[in-house]
Ligand binder design. Structure first.
Ligand SMILES: Nc1nc2c(ncn2[C@@H]2O[C@H](COP(=O)(O)OP(=O)(O)O)[C@@H](O)[C@H]2O)c(=O)[nH]1
Ligand SMILES: [Mg+2]
Length: 182
């Protein structure tokens, strides 16, 4: 009964006291960026996701937070645009396909090139090692090492292993993002 009351209270509060957070999602193509936005906005995961051209802008309300989400394309020709969408946001989410180990070095290079941009100074970073439903995926410890996350200074950095397909760890990811709301 207490649980029911507190859920009702949270729902009522969310109607009156909503926060907002602007998030930019980047990462190499096919890492699962659009799948992430789809799963958190309508719960739908699909094997056939149309490759993103340029960017998509989505608004998603989760609990008491309204997220404005930039889902930016990851093909090489679009990577130079990442910094423009990431400037001034409340968090950058960098998605990697943790099962595709051959691409992790390129991901490391692109992540650090992005973070060097002065317009991103201090912006919190969340790294998602996606596709952990697939055997042989890189663990969080491996991602920290290969992506050189321990060398990143002057911003909060978190890294989670997750799966858009099985939704593993998405609650904790959404909790982290909700804390960026203001
Ligand atoms: N096995 C598995 N496949 C995934 C997962 N997330 C995304 N995919 C697949 O990876 C492919 C690329 O996903 P997409 O969201 O378009 O990647 P994007 O280019 O980064 O936006 C699609 O075929 C998805 O179904 C996951 O958690 N597990
Ligand atoms: Mg996409």
């Amino acid at each position: 009964m207490a649980g029911l009351f507190s859920s009702f209270f949270e729902w009522i509060s969310s109607l009156f006291f909503s926060k907002s957070a602007e998030i930019c999602i980047v990462g190499l193509q096919a890492s699962g960026k659009t799948s992430f936005v789809n799963v958190i906005s309508n719960g739908q995961w699909s094997e056939d996701v149309v490759p993103t051209v340029s960017f998509n802008l989505r608004k998603v309300k989760k609990g008491s937070v309204v997220f404005k989400i930039w889902d930016v394309a990851g093909q090489p020709k679009f990577r130079s645009m990442w910094q423009r969408y990431c400037a001034g946001v409340d968090a950058v989410v960098f998605v990697v396909d943790s099962h595709d180990r051959a691409k992790l070095e390129t991901a490391q290079f692109e992540l650090h090139s992005l973070l060097q941009q002065g317009s991103l100074t201090g912006v919190p970073l969340l790294v998602l090692g996606n596709k952990n439903d697939l055997a042989g995926h890189a663990t969080v410890d491996e991602l920290i090492q290969i992506l050189q996350l321990d060398t990143i200074r002057s911003r909060p950095v978190s890294c989670y292993s997750c799966s858009m397909k099985s939704r593993h760890n998405l609650n904790i990811v959404m909790q982290w993002l909700s804390e960026r709301g203001h």
